[in-house]
Design a protein around this ligand. Structure first.
Ligand SMILES: Cc1cc2nc3c(=O)[nH]c(=O)nc-3n(C[C@H](O)[C@H](O)[C@H](O)COP(=O)(O)O)c2cc1C
Length: 161
């Protein structure tokens, strides 16, 4: 049987997040941000979420050392931001310096000005094929009134109408 997971999953509409973490280096704190749509709410009590990251991801390597991250859920006006945070690490670092973002109070990971955000602390991680599932305790959340969320469907950013 022909397995076309990518083709099937294209029909599954998701929200879009910018996930942030950082690494403390001799020269200071180096932040990174990544576009992800694999966010899943895992448990409400205690509050936990999961995100799947490519196993060879530079972002994942930082995350496994620092053990914290933030997730900012993007609104419909943030398609350009989503595109930029899916590019190379250098591009992402430059974009991160231009977006409106503040360090989360519980983790220090950058939180973007967005309709909803979470701060997470790594609980566990497990390899799964070519990805790693990072499961985190949610240590802070926030919401604010904004435009409708950005949706990813059929390989493109979409607006809910
Ligand atoms: C809409 C969208 C959703 C994405 N979701 C994920 C995701 O859930 N996990 C992931 O590892 N990469 C995801 N990516 C790809 C990353 O944003 C990025 O291109 C890549 O993983 C960078 O890896 P690096 O840390 O090695 O530089 C997504 C890209 C797009 C455009």
């Amino acid at each position: 049987m022909n397995i076309d997971l990518r083709g099937a999953m294209r029909t599954f509409a998701t929200g879009v997040c910018v996930m942030t973490t950082y690494l403390d280096e001799a020269t200071g704190r180096r932040h990174d941000g990544l576009t992800v749509n694999s966010l899943t709410s895992v448990s409400l009590d205690p509050p936990m979420v999961s995100v799947c990251l490519r196993h060879d991801s530079a972002f994942l390597a930082d995350l496994l050392k620092t053990k914290v991250w933030a997730l900012s859920i993007l609104d419909v006006g943030a398609a350009d931001i989503a595109s930029e945070f899916a590019k190379s690490r250098d591009v992402r670092a430059a974009v991160l310096r231009t977006v409106s973002a503040t360090p989360g109070k519980r983790t220090g990971a950058l939180v973007l000005d967005s309709p909803g955000w979470l701060e997470c602390r790594l609980q566990t991680h497990l390899p799964a094929g070519d990805h790693v599932i990072a499961i985190g305790d949610v240590v802070a959340t926030g919401t604010q009134k904004r435009r409708p969320p950005l949706v990813f469907l059929n390989g493109a950013y979409q607006a809910i109408t």
